[in-house]
Design a binder for this molecule. Structure first.
Ligand code: PLP
Length: 720
């Protein structure tokens, strides 16, 4: 076997990252050298002051480069670099941030049993939402994966993350004048991103798997996320044919066959890569079932070491934990047995057993050869621990997967839950951050899962809390004006309409947000159901403004169909209606919305929202949730920290939609607006601020990803 590409004292690729940073530093004035190292570690993106040190080098270029620090430093001109090099304050700040990111203090808390530096948690996911400059995510699953990785870094939990490098990332969205989505993809040039290709003995490291009976060669790229390396497998390798190269071209490719090939690459590729790197997992965490084949690859290792099939599977299973994310049947992908066998023909022969024995692991009834092989089924059978992502989702998942556990009652189905959380330093807006830093004390973010830490929220003066909220809302309104105008100009709308659309948004007005992946169960269409009534709220002098965004999967025409309804609503309301649907939702837009909206709306059809996290981001920023009692809100809502729409299950979708749409407008009109507009002589809505304060106190510790990752450490990662 080739020498592992490891540097002493670090995980594989440390030397490759250092070389790339060194090469970048050589192009810069000597004083800026720390910035080159910082550019290759996404820890800057959540370090206090990290954004500013890059922005201050060249603010225009920073924007043009989409906040990609490697591109910024490559493209900034001599004049900007010379100016930055002479800026002593900037150099000092850059050095400080770099020290904090690259040399964090050691972990004091005990590690989960079975996990240490030499046996890290191996976290595997098909998508990662780390930052807008690395577009390898489509929505909540990826953003959650990013937040888990960042939190593991903050906690100095030894972790290695593995995913795929999609050379064309996820889709970009454009909407036409009717609101219909069009999508396109752009090349994600890895050499212009904070990514380095792993080498071994001076040559690119190559991992090999077999798909459809052919060799597929994979490069491995590394992105540093604070202290966690994210390894990305990439089939765009010169030894692959065009089809092989395409496997990792696009996240959630439209072709089922290509997606299955991606799951083979992610599952088998992860384990082969670890083998090549000589990394021994303390535990493997499958975040969603896409990588389920990893466990069979682990079993194959045990067979190679002399174990029998059953023993090998049992042993592999002991090293795996699994998180399921979707209560939607169609979201749990399954493939007919013959398609699986075509994709991985050597699956059974390598074990020396009948192929139906292997395929049976992915079926509810192992003997039923007609039943498709499900990735979730396979993952549930092949993991020592399984969890859903909210308490209600745990219940739903136990009922849903009950048939897999004959002889047990529903309550005894071994699927627990770890409710999702969000990474505080990523999602907290700058003014709320400043305010909370001032009141909650040093190091509060590391302790943000502790309710006592949030007690100090009670001592924040109303006026200060209101001011921070107003300034974050004003920043969002500025952002919305710019984006809404740009979208309309691109669509070729008349200039007076473009100007009017920007002017109607008001920094002092109640701002309501709705943005997430457009899947039909998220029910965007409820907002435009009663056009006359909502139009009044959007036009009244004392009314609200509504900001929406979201991408639909390219093949999901039903979900795409909700946006024309919103455009229709905007037309119906006329030029004075304060409503906008922004194109191309991504992480940076997500941050702007989460920090600026006063009310965050979520309308999933119960019980299909596994957790949801966007409302948690809003809550952290002092936004209030108005949501159906499903997912995390069924746990988070206490009767006074936001508003709830009933979460009942109803087979009559039409009747349920009618009820929920009415409830939404009743609450907005009858409760939300009166509370927001009831200001005292100082212009402060005291009762609103009291509710914001109560929301922060009750939800702060719960929504923090420190709480979530702490629970994963104790309940899932620790060896039983
Ligand atoms: C948080 C986030 C999501 C998840 O939204 P949900 O309401 O939880 O579905 C999706 N997309 C982006 C860009 C996000 O930041």
């Amino acid at each position: 076997m080739a020498q592992p590409p490891s540097a002493p004292g670090g995980l594989p690729g440390v030397g490759d990252v250092a070389r790339a940073a060194g090469a970048l530093a050589k192009r810069l004035p000597a004083q800026l050298a720390p910035l080159a190292s910082l550019a290759y570690n996404y820890g800057w993106s959540w370090a206090l002051g990290g954004d500013e040190v890059f922005a201050d080098v060249d603010p225009d270029r920073w924007r043009v480069c989409g906040h990609n620090p490697v591109r910024l430093l490559v493209e900034a001109d001599d004049e900007a670099l010379t100016r930055a090099a002479a800026n002593e304050g900037l150099i000092r700040r850059a050095q400080e941030v770099t020290d904090r990111v690259l040399h964090p203090p050691a972990r004091e808390a005990e590690l989960p049993a079975g996990v240490d530096e030499r046996h890290p948690v191996v976290f595997v996911c098909a998508e990662y939402g780390i930052h807008e400059s690395l577009p390898l995510y489509s929505g909540g699953l990826g953003v959650l994966a990013g937040d888990i990785v960042k939190t593991a870094s903050d906690r100095r939990l030894p972790m290695v993350a593995v995913g795929l490098l999609y050379r064309y990332g996820y889709l970009h969205q454009r909407l036409d004048v009717g609101g219909w989505q069009h999508e396109y993809w752009t090349y994600l040039d890895p050499l212009r991103r904070p990514l380095v290709r792993l080498t071994s003995g001076g040559r690119p490291l190559t991992v090999r798997v077999q798909v459809w009976g052919r060799d597929v060669f994979l490069y491995v790229w590394r992105a540093d996320i604070g202290g966690v390396p994210l390894y990305l497998l990439d089939s765009d390798h010169p030894d692959n044919d065009a089809v092989g190269k395409w496997i990792t071209a696009r996240l959630y490719d439209g072709s089922r066959d290509v997606r299955l090939a991606q799951y083979v690459v992610l599952g088998q590729g992860t384990i082969r890569m670890l083998e090549a790197m000589r990394v021994e997992p303390g535990v493997v965490h499958l975040n969603e079932g896409h990588a389920a084949l990893a466990v069979l690859e682990m079993a194959r290792q045990a067979v190679d070491a002399g174990a029998g099939f059953d023993q090998a599977v049992a042993r592999a299973r002991q090293g795996v934990v699994f998180t399921t994310h979707t209560p939607l049947a169609a979201g749990n992908e399954a493939y007919p047995g013959h398609e699986v066998m075509a994709a991985v023909p050597d699956l059974a022969t390598r074990f020396g057993v009948n192929q139906e024995r292997i395929l049976g692991l992915g079926r509810t009834w192992s003997e039923d050869h007609a039943e498709p092989v499900g990735l979730t089924t396979l993952s549930l059978r092949l993991s020592r621990h399984a969890n859903g992502v909210a308490a209600r989702h745990g219940e739903v998942a136990r009922a849903m997967w009950h048939p897999l556990f004959p002889g047990r009652s529903v309550d005894q189905v071994p699927i627990s839950h770890v409710t999702n959380g969000v990474h505080v330093p990523t999602w907290l807006g700058p003014l709320m951050r400043e305010l909370l830093d001032r009141h909650l004390g040093m190091g509060w973010i590391e302790r943000s899962a502790d309710p006592d830490v949030w007690a100090a929220v009670d001592a924040i003066p109303d006026a200060d809390l209101w001011e921070a909220r107003c300034r974050q809302r004003a920043a969002l309104v500025g952002y919305v004006r710019g984006r809404a105008s740009g979208d309309r100009l691109r669509r070729g709308e008349p200039l007076d309409a473009v100007r009017a659309a920007a002017d109607v948004f008001d920094p002092f007005r109640l701002t309501v947000g709705f943005a997430r992946r457009l899947a039909i169960y998220k029910r965007l269409h409820l907002l435009s159901r009663d056009r006359d009534r909502i139009s009044r709220l959007l036009r009244d002098a004392n009314g609200m403004q509504l900001v929406m965004a979201g991408k639909a999967h390219p093949r999901d025409d039903e979900a795409k169909g909700a946006v024309p309804g919103v455009f229709e609503l905007a037309r119906h309301g006329g030029p004075q209606a304060r409503i906008v649907f922004l194109e191309n939702h991504d992480l940076s837009m997500g941050r702007a919305l989460a920090s600026g909206c006063d009310v965050w709306v979520n309308l999933p059809r119960p019980p299909l929202e596994a957790s949801g996290t966007s409302g948690m981001k809003a809550a952290l920023n002092g936004g209030l949730n108005l949501s159906v009692l499903d997912g995390w809100w069924a746990e988070g809502y206490d009767g006074a920290n936001g508003w709830a729409i009933s979460g009942e299950i109803d087979g009559d979708h039409e009747a349920q939609d009618a009820r929920h749409a009415t409830a939404l407008l009743d609450i907005l009109e009858g409760q939300v607006l009166p509370l927001f507009t009831d200001t005292d002589s100082d212009g402060i809505p005291r009762r609103w601020i009291a509710m914001v304060r109560h929301s922060l106190r009750t939800l702060g510790p719960f929504v923090s990803s420190e709480r979530m990752v702490g629970e994963y450490e104790r309940r899932a990662y620790a060896k039983p």
